[in-house]
Design a protein around this ligand. Structure first.
Ligand code: NAD
Ligand code: TYD
Length: 353
């Protein structure tokens, strides 16, 4: 895509965790783009994440549900989008176990609605691109060895990853069948500012601040590859502008951690910042009932995006974690808002606490 021509970009899910970083990156960096953020503002969507750019002349927001085909079609007929960056999704594995249908609705039906609407626009616009953001969880679980590459067969285990795998397949199918120009990326676990405190890192930061138990599932030996969200946003920017149409890119942090080791690192960093005695927060670690169908290990081989697009993570895990912890300290009000009301109900149900 040429940088100097006016581009109308639709970003879906831009009020969520990763989406808000992508929206900010695009609005701040590309003053010649018009960025429209479409988000349903579910429990995970929060306009407070976008305060910094909400007045920017090249930014606007529309509240709406991607699973509503009429709404999506109207939006596309009123705007001539040059590109869609699709992040809207139900994103939490534990919630997918208790309510799989809402994952099918948003992640599968919502994606297909966007694809159908995109087909109409792409007919008249040879530069149009549909960029679908996905997860490494579609590849299933690794054993102790090996890495996911772009050629790894899909083998999803959770309702979340099954819905994301399905949406990835639909994107590819629309490329093959109808010639829709697309690109897909599959990323490992993100962490950083603005993440809703249901995922491991922000949940545990919040619990440590409050001196609450840290519920580690099973024996804690499950392994994830962690990537700082701003590095993911950079990768998304690069892939959107320079990625090859019809290709997939794996994005990862080269940064594998067992949950228990990560939890202990977090405890150490937070004890220092909170002036607590060494070992104080580790006492909060509580092993709890395992997640059903828990994937043992995810790890990404990010060679392709590194070699073809020159991307690599910019911060170390310690730097990223420190930055993240500081953000939650400085944004206690944000944390208070999102952990009241429905969150308390969710927490009680999920952790019997
Ligand atoms: P999130 O849950 O923080 O945000 C999702 C956003 O989508 C929210 O703002 C929500 O309001 C919006 N949304 C949900 N349903 C919608 C609907 N029906 N219509 C319109 N908007 C709707 O998620 P996230 O962690 O920011 O993830 C963003 C994307 O990146 C997802 O597609 C996810 O699968 C993918 N991803 C996430 C991670 C991760 O570690 N968080 C890793 C790899 C890929
Ligand atoms: P999570 O942040 O939910 O991401 P994902 O399931 O998409 O990888 O979980 C990361 C890891 O942490 C995963 O192995 C499950 C584990 N976990 C816990 O041990 N306790 C918790 O309370 C949560 C939310 C996750």
């Amino acid at each position: 895509m040429k940088k100097n021509t006016l581009k109308n970009i639709l970003i879906t899910g831009g009020a969520g965790f990763i989406g808000s970083h992508v929206v900010r990156q695009f609005v701040n960096k590309y003053s010649n783009y018009r960025v429209l953020n479409l988000d349903a503002l579910t429990y995970a969507g929060n306009l407070e994440n976008l305060k910094e750019i909400e007045q920017a002349p090249n930014y606007s927001f529309v509240k709406g549900d991607i699973a509503d085909a009429d709404f999506v079609n109207d939006l596309f007929s009123q705007n001539h989008f040059d590109g869609v960056i699709h992040l809207a999704a139900e994103s939490h594995v534990d919630r997918s176990i208790t309510d799989p249908v809402s994952f099918v609705r948003t992640n599968v039906l919502g994606t297909v609605n966007l694809l159908n609407a995109s087909l109409q626009v792409a007919k008249d616009n040879p530069d149009f691109l549909f960029y679908h953001i996905s997860t490494d969880e579609v590849y299933g679980s690794l054993g102790k060895e090996g890495l996911f590459t772009e050629k790894t067969a899909y083998d999803p285990n959770s309702p979340y990853s099954a819905s994301k795998a399905s949406s990835d397949h639909f994107v590819r199918a629309y490329g093959e069948t109808y010639g829709l120009p697309y690109v897909i990326s599959n990323c490992s676990n993100n962490y950083g500012p603005n993440q809703f405190p249901e995922k491991l890192i922000p949940l545990f930061i919040n619990n440590i601040i409050q001196n609450k138990a840290l519920p580690v599932y099973g024996d804690g030996n499950y392994t994830r590859d962690w990537l700082f969200v701003k590095d993911h946003a950079e990768a998304i920017d690069l892939i959107f502008h320079k990625g090859k149409k019809g290709e997939t890119y794996n994005v990862g942090g080269f940064n594998e951690w067992k949950n228990i080791d990560l939890t202990k690192l977090l405890c150490r960093l937070m004890d220092k910042k909170l002036n607590r005695q060494e070992g104080a927060s580790e006492k909060l670690i509580t092993f709890v009932k395992d997640r059903p169908g828990h994937d043992l290990r995810y790890a990404i081989d990010a060679t392709k995006i590194n070699q073809e697009l020159g991307w690599k993570p910019s911060v170390t895990f310690e730097e990223g974690l420190e930055n993240t912890i500081d953000w939650y300290f400085e944004n206690q009000e944000w944390l208070d808002h999102v952990t009241s009301g429905d969150y308390l109900e969710y927490y009680k149900k999920q952790y019997q606490a």
